[in-house]
Write a protein that binds this ligand. Structure first.
Ligand code: CMC
Length: 430
């Protein structure tokens, strides 16, 4: 029997349907409450509002569980690849061999960008942040594909848009990097897989051909899998919000990239390394920074710690921490920053402030240390996150536009400004 919630207000009782998800999530459907009662619901920062029904990713924040299409993240990291996970997220199932071969071929086929676009990159100053370049370039890419901007695309057109973006955003990201270090752009090589090709586009120079290293390739593949989706986070909700106006996928993704840039979201991976470097320069005095993070009069926060949904160890951080040790050992690197990160983690996890608030390391705490060991510059870290998140954003956009019940996203507000104020001419104003 369908459950009903009852809300009593102004001596009236309203019956609200209860929606249950396949993992037992329970939600009270308030979508008709306004027309029934005149009341809206207030939930600042969407701390407890489900904006949609989705079958892409599942998080149990108390238990520290993350699954893509029902498959545990740890199992995917061990057995799958980023390309296969991309297919899984976007098309809802693991591909068979023919489907997977076709998908990889399509992605590979679209791995060039229009030559004219190269001049866009060179117009940016060398110090430009690569996230600024990436979001602008993803939107700019749309002008070369006017046929793909049609709001009511056929499934075939949608597939073309999706594979183009999966492939080309990687090229745009690599070119943004090359621009930031002042090196010549490098094109993909047909014999390389998606990840090795990306590394090749970053690190091959006219003087030196990048030689793929299996351990590094696997670590980057796992990092991308881990970042691939995280249900209705800030950037994914942005992609859905923008896409709900029937804006095309290029525009929706560009908006998602901008949302990801903030240090409370994907930009945290850059902020973590900057914080660890600051602590190192300050004599490795990590205890001082724990105290700062606890001080309510100090705006400092322990970057890479805490999460809106996880009230347990972030399962992605567990996997990344292991790869962090592996990669540094493999490359024979001893990074003092890793020592500080581990000391900070230990100090925080045994401190009542962090224990009471259930604050644990999140996905960004250790990822930057791996990127650093791979010689990826700090400013590129959030671009790496964006590349990993790409299939998740695409999957959410696709799920939304294919939903026959899709409506434009349009939250309400509670107004608390001036009431009925008369316009005063300028000479009568104080
Ligand atoms: N350092 C110190 N205190 C913290 C931290 C932190 N990193 N995170 C949360 N708190 C405190 C917060 O001040 C609050 O304390 P009180 O109850 O006394 O007011 C309590 O913990 C609950 O936190 P909140 O502010 O309600 O948490 P939120 O859900 O609004 O914010 C967050 C989540 C991730 C933005 C926040 O934890 C944060 O700013 N962390 C640092 C930035 C970061 O690492 N972001 C990456 C998130 S993971 C990548 C992604 O998916 O985006």
């Amino acid at each position: 029997m369908n459950k009903i919630a009852r809300l009593e207000v102004d001596n009236q009782t309203y019956e609200l349907p209860v929606v249950e998800g396949t993992e037992g999530d329970k939600a009270i459907d308030v979508s008709r409450l306004l027309s029934q009662s005149g009341y809206t619901t207030l939930d600042s920062s969407y701390a407890n509002t489900a904006s949609c029904i989705s079958s892409i990713a599942y998080i149990d924040g108390d238990k520290g569980i993350l699954r893509y299409r029902g498959i545990d993240i740890a199992e995917l990291c061990e057995k799958s690849t980023f390309m296969e996970v991309s297919y899984l997220l976007i098309y809802g199932k693991l591909p068979n061999s023919a489907e997977f071969a076709r998908f990889k071929e399509r992605v590979h086929h679209h791995s060039l960008i229009h030559e004219d676009m190269k001049s866009f990159f060179t117009s940016y100053p060398g110090h430009a942040h690569p996230m600024a370049i990436l979001s602008a370039m993803v939107c700019s890419l749309s002008v070369y594909h006017p046929e793909l901007l049609e709001p009511n695309q056929s499934p075939a057109q949608r597939d073309q848009t999706i594979t183009r973006l999966l492939s080309k955003v990687r090229v745009l990201a690599a070119f943004a990097y090359k621009r930031s270090v002042g090196e010549a752009f490098v094109y993909t090589r047909p014999e390389l897989d998606y990840i090795s090709n990306f590394m090749h586009m970053l690190f091959t120079t006219p003087m030196k051909q990048y030689v793929p290293d299996e351990k590094i390739r696997k670590a980057l593949d796992v990092l991308f899998i881990i970042h691939a989706d995280h249900e209705q986070n800030c950037s994914t909700s942005t992609v859905r919000m923008v896409g709900s106006s029937k804006a095309n996928l290029f525009a929706s993704l560009a908006a998602g990239i901008c949302a990801l840039w903030g240090p409370l979201h994907g930009g945290a991976n850059q902020a973590v390394i900057e914080m660890l470097e600051e602590i190192h320069a300050d004599g490795d005095n990590y205890k001082k920074y724990i105290d700062k993070a606890k001080d309510k009069n100090d705006p400092f926060k322990l970057m890479g710690f805490g999460h809106r949904v996880y009230r347990n160890y972030d399962p992605r951080a567990t996997i990344i921490k292991r790869y962090c040790d592996d990669v540094l050992n493999h490359l024979g690197i001893h990074d003092p920053i890793l020592d500080i990160a581990k000391e900070l983690e230990h100090a925080a996890l045994t401190d009542p402030y962090f224990i009471e608030r259930k604050l644990y390391p999140n996905v960004d705490f250790y990822s930057g240390i791996i990127y650093r060991a791979m010689k990826i510059p700090t400013k590129m870290f959030t671009v790496m996150f964006a590349l990993g998140r790409l299939p998740g954003w695409i999957a959410h956009w696709k799920e939304m536009v294919e939903d026959p019940g899709m409506r434009i996203a349009r939250p309400r507000q509670v107004y608390n400004g001036e009431v009925g104020q008369a316009y005063k001419p300028i000479d009568q104003r104080l």
